[in-house]
Ligand binder design. Structure first.
Ligand SMILES: [Zn+2]
Length: 211
């Protein structure tokens, strides 16, 4: 089991370095039946799609198209400045509206994940950042219709002044040491607390794309 965050202060430095990482997060009960809506008709020929396997993949019996039901790929960015982290308060109309999160979003089809991180930060905060490392990779079972695979990166500010945009209503710098506000995603809380406790920066980033 995970150590409770409040116990970090009593750990030795060795134990702190060994702090267990978590990379799979459950925001709803996966053991309960949670029917989620899915495409019923083939997007290519309009015929009805048939369920083909237990993973939710569906095949068109007419043209052979297969609808693969996969998690959505996303990015989040931990922007650190003077032992603080930049968080955004989500617009009321968005998923988990009114709660706080790391800047981030979904990766566009032709976009590498590093560029996606920089773009999402600029859209949501007005800041230009340099990506320093890959802190972790997370699976989030957020809702029956929303499973994500998220690459979390560490970054620092290059230029710009913080201005909320896109689906972020408000921005705030919070101490890495906490307390953190009401967080939308458990993965965000974990990565901030773990980074504060361990200062492990993770895997190096591709320098051709880091700046
Ligand atoms: Zn078809």
């Amino acid at each position: 089991m995970e150590s409770s965050p409040s116990s970090f202060g009593s750990l030795s430095s060795f134990e702190t370095l060994a702090m267990k990482t978590h990379q799979v997060f459950f925001a709803y009960d996966r053991n309960q039946p949670n029917p989620s809506q899915d495409y019923r008709y083939c997007p290519l020929c309009g015929s009805e799609l048939q369920a083909t396997d237990q993973n939710g993949n569906r095949k068109c019996t007419r043209c052979g198209f297969v609808r693969y039901k996969n998690p959505f790929p996303g990015v989040t960015v931990l922007i650190e400045k003077e032992n603080q982290v930049l968080l955004g308060k989500r617009q009321p109309s968005s998923f988990q509206g009114g709660k706080w999160c790391l800047p981030g979003g979904f990766i566009e089809y032709d976009e590498d994940f590093i560029s996606a991180g920089r773009r999402e930060v600029e859209e949501e905060t007005g800041l230009r950042v340099s990506i320093e490392s890959i802190l972790s990779v997370m699976t989030n079972y957020l809702a029956p219709h929303l499973h994500t695979l998220v690459v979390t990166m560490l970054a620092h500010v290059d230029s710009g002044s913080a201005q909320p945009g896109d689906d972020i209503a408000e921005l705030g710098w919070f101490p890495l040491a906490g307390p953190l506000p009401d967080m939308a995603f458990e993965a965000d809380r974990h990565i901030i607390e773990r980074y504060y406790a361990t200062r492990v920066t993770g895997a190096p980033i591709d320098l051709d794309y880091a700046g």
